[in-house]
Write a protein that binds this ligand. Structure first.
Ligand SMILES: Nc1ncnc2c1ncn2[C@@H]1O[C@H](COP(=O)(O)OP(=O)(O)O)[C@@H](O)[C@H]1O
Ligand SMILES: [Mg+2]
Length: 244
């Protein structure tokens, strides 16, 4: 009996590690991929500028290089924030900033899959007591899930404002994708539950660990995660976190 419960504890710890690796993996692979794309743009325009002697082409190439470099700086800024500025401990956090940083990383990916992103961030939203790093991982998984639920493109809305429940903030991620059938809805937060056959062509999803990690992180923040979904209409996840 004693051995059994020790084994269970160990497995739980392993599961927790796998969950956080999956969440971190989604972030680093997204950022690396985006950064690489920007580098390709810079390289191609540099080549164009070198090949063409006329001033107009060179100006255009330099303009594109500048634009791409600024984007590259934003992407590394986000990664550095993950590594350094934002700690894993709970502290007063502006979720609007986290939302904006995360969407920078996904801008190109969302364009590629023809997903229109609308943000409604109420500037009067209170700060929450949170780990920015961890909330960014939650957000990234929810945004990528939403994108994957809209294979033919669609509308994604991210809304942030104070909750109707006093003392809380609501972050809502809504898509108009496939929706989730009522019979699978109770299982989506289970570790390893996935309806995907494996990672998609940008290497994301399919582990079934994303929502399990999201739930664990939100629980650790004394928050709540809720889902509303209807097949053929779409899905909305609400994360409710305590104000500080
Ligand atoms: N926005 C969404 N729309 C439709 N289904 C979703 C959405 N988010 C999650 N799901 C369902 O929940 C399952 C579990 O999600 P998750 O834990 O992130 O694992 P994974 O993305 O690796 O499949 C998904 O496989 C999918 O069936
Ligand atoms: Mg996922």
């Amino acid at each position: 009996m004693g051995d059994d419960s020790q084994a269970v504890q160990q497995l739980k710890m392993q599961l927790r590690r796998s969950q956080s690796m999956a969440a971190l993996g989604e972030l680093t692979s997204t950022a690396t991929h985006e950064f690489n794309n920007v580098l390709m743009t810079i390289i191609n325009y540099a080549r164009l500028g070198i090949r063409n002697q006329d001033a107009a082409t060179r100006d255009k190439a330099l303009g594109k290089i500048l634009e791409a470099s600024e984007r590259a700086a934003k992407i590394t800024g986000t990664i550095l924030a993950q590594a350094r500025n934002r700690s894993e401990s709970l502290e007063p956090t502006d979720l609007g900033e986290i939302v904006r940083d995360t969407l920078v990383l996904l801008e190109r990916e969302m364009n590629k899959y023809r997903i229109n992103v609308a943000t409604e961030i109420d500037p009067a939203t209170s700060k929450v007591n949170a780990s920015g790093n961890q909330i960014q991982r939650v957000l990234l998984n929810l945004l990528i899930n939403a994108r994957q639920a809209m294979p033919d493109g669609g509308e994604l809305t991210v809304r942030l404002r104070n909750s109707e429940e006093t003392g809380f903030v609501d972050l809502v991620i809504r898509d108009n994708g496939s929706g989730i059938p009522a019979e699978t809805l109770p299982r989506i937060f289970d570790p390893f539950f996935s309806t995907k056959s494996g990672p998609d062509d940008s290497g994301k999803g399919g582990t079934g660990l994303g929502l399990a990690a999201c739930k664990e992180i939100v629980d650790a923040h004394h928050g709540k995660i809720r889902v509303e979904s209807s097949v053929g209409v779409g899905t909305a996840f609400t994360i409710r976190l305590p104000q500080c």
